[in-house]
Write a new protein. Structure first.
Length: 591
């Protein structure tokens, strides 16, 4: 029944065709009466489409004009550019995207989700073609001009924010990089993560560790379960449900957390009522319930990835662990990682392109540390925030050690050969798993041959930088002349894209970075490159905005890595030439 309900909900959420209310109600009545899978699927399908159509009808675009009123923050303000913040809020019953810049941004930067702020500003409607906004129920975009007042949120939001601020205060004992990773792993706060950190983890296939996920819910329940072991079943259900709700508020209702909370709630409830569900039925029931509540969820990639990863785990990890044998400390993490990756791989390939080949070994190396970081963060991390600076430094010594190892694994993957798995490799991996689960010894031998071919194919796809000029895309060019490597920034994309572009092209530490315009985009890209490679030699035109860059003028010549770099023109951005003669002059003075 649960699987049928999930199928109906997913199809209904994707389809969203108009359905008459009486027809949906009639199908629900018939399904409850007959209780057959096909009827359950049809009833949930019709009900999901009906609710989805009503949700679409409720997305009336906001009327453009000035506003003066209260905003209820739905998430935490995050940086937007060098002097701005953005967040999502509820205004007069509708969901809106909000931005603030300059001094006004400082007035809302310290607020958290659930709190309120009174503002004046302007609102404009969201484009009807903006699917990103539509699937998040946003109807307008607000720009804040002034902040006139603030107010606390509900008691539940206040309790969650108090926990977040306590954990954050305790994490101040960690260095900047560890603090950002710690807060992302424990409470999903990824606002302070640098572009280099995010790209390192993506290169290693560890991006899921930088945000909260179903693992966090499992560890929270593991902490809470002994405390309620002696309670009556009904009381235990109420207490654990309250813990799940508080954790969902604490982590800002991330789609992966919603899936895990719903799945845990279904499991706890089924046990209390004497009809426990296994993981497969629990996942199906949780997905059906969430999609009925919000049919738009099926269009949100984070929800799709969470459901797919969990499906891989509940359907494949146990049979894989049983088949491959070996000690439990290896086969359980290995089978769980393979099953999860097999579940999400099709979505990742379609959405982001080829998957890093380092994903499996990196998860096997770093994954075992993620659990202790989360458990320690939810317990000792709170104590660190309460006791203060000196105690926090001692308490977080184990945290720093575990995070050091996780970051070493991620950085190693980012700096190593950039082999990837494409569609063919995913198909081969699927066949490999299928053969491993088979009973024939011959098929298992063939599976081993597939594994060898898979690894060889992955290594063969690793790019190598070529001499001469290469347009890497995303506003980045590379010049390789003898031993000299020059990166040229021409209206570069966001810093994360710049790092990903250079990494996947196999570009190592450059000898020179040319910020052709010296504007804010160049500045952010250079800061990200410095974060990854250390301080780099950067040149920029006069009046540039790039920290630490050297100002150059037309006619200057630099000697770098034994090669002469001649500055041809700087009026409309830097244009340069690389030659093999000794330069007349060298300008390395500060800009």
């Amino acid at each position: 029944m649960a699987h049928a309900a999930m199928a109906g909900a997913l199809i209904g959420g994707m389809w969203l065709a108009p359905v008459p209310g009486p027809l949906a109600a009639g199908l629900v009545v018939v399904a409850l009466w007959q209780r057959r899978p096909i009827l359950i699927a049809a009833a949930v399908l019709a009900l999901t489409m009906l609710l989805g159509q009503r949700a679409l009808a409720g997305l009336d675009p906001a009327e453009a004009g000035p506003i003066d009123g209260w905003l209820l923050l739905l998430d935490d303000p995050r940086p937007a550019g060098s002097h701005g913040v953005r967040f999502t809020a509820r205004f007069e019953g509708s969901r809106v995207a909000v931005s603030a810049h300059g001094p006004v941004a400082g007035r809302v930067d310290d607020l958290l989700a659930g709190e309120q702020v009174r503002v004046t500003g302007t609102i404009r409607p969201v484009s009807g073609h903006d699917d990103w906004a539509k699937w998040r129920h946003e109807v307008g975009r607000v720009t804040i001009n002034t902040v006139t007042d603030t107010a606390p949120g509900s008691p539940v939001a206040g309790a969650a924010n108090a926990i977040r601020r306590t954990l954050t205060r305790g994490a101040d004992a960690l260095d900047r990089g560890d603090r950002a990773v710690f807060l992302g792993m424990v409470i999903g706060d990824d606002r302070a993560q640098t572009a280099a950190t995010a790209d390192d983890f993506r290169a290693a296939g560890l991006g899921h560790l930088l945000v909260v996920s179903g693992q966090n819910v499992a560890f929270v329940l593991a902490i809470a379960a002994p405390m309620v072991a002696g309670m009556r079943p009904a009381t235990r259900l109420v207490v654990l449900s309250a813990v799940l709700v508080l954790f969902a508020v604490l982590t800002r209702f991330e789609p992966s957390v919603l899936r895990a909370v719903a799945m845990a709630g279904v499991g706890i409830g089924s046990q209390v009522f004497g009809n426990p569900l296994d993981g497969r039925k629990g996942l199906s029931a949780a997905i059906a319930l969430l999609v009925l509540i919000d049919p738009f969820l099926v269009h949100v990639l984070a929800f799709q990835l969470s459901a797919a990863a969990t499906a891989g785990i509940v359907w494949l990890s146990a049979p894989l662990a049983e088949r491959i044998g070996g000690p439990g400390w290896f086969r359980i993490p290995f089978s769980t990682t393979v099953a999860a990756q097999l579940g999400v791989s099709p979505l990742l390939v379609v959405s982001f392109g080829p998957i890093p080949a380092a994903t499996l070994p990196a998860n096997l190396l770093a994954g075992p540390m993620s659990g202790p970081v989360m458990v320690w963060g939810c317990t000792a991390g709170l104590a660190a925030g309460v006791l203060g600076e000196w105690a926090a430094g001692v308490i977080h010594l184990p945290t720093a050690a575990m995070l050091w190892w996780i970051r070493v694994v991620a950085a190693g993957a980012a700096r190593g050969p950039q082999a990837t798995f494409g569609v063919e490799a995913i198909v081969a991996l699927s066949l490999l798993v299928a053969m491993t689960l088979g009973r024939s010894k011959g098929l298992r031998v063939l599976a081993g041959m597939f594994a060898i071919a898979l690894c060889a194919g992955a290594v063969a796809t690793a790019p190598t930088p070529e001499p001469g000029f290469t347009d890497l895309g995303r506003g980045v060019e590379a010049w390789q002349v003898e031993e000299l490597l020059v990166l040229v920034l021409r209206n570069p994309a966001d810093p994360r894209s710049v790092l990903q572009t250079t990494r996947t092209a196999g570009v190592g530490r450059p000898d020179l970075v040319v910020a052709t315009d010296g504007d804010a985009a160049d500045a952010f890209a250079v800061m990200a490159l410095n974060d990854r490679f250390g301080e780099l030699l950067v040149i920029a035109p006069p009046l540039h905005r790039v920290p630490g860059a050297h100002t150059v003028a037309s006619g200057d010549e630099l000697l770098i890595a034994g090669e002469a770099v001649s500055i041809v023109e700087v009026d409309l951005g830097i244009e340069f030439d690389i030659s093999h003669h000794r330069p007349r002059s060298i300008d390395t003075g500060p800009g």
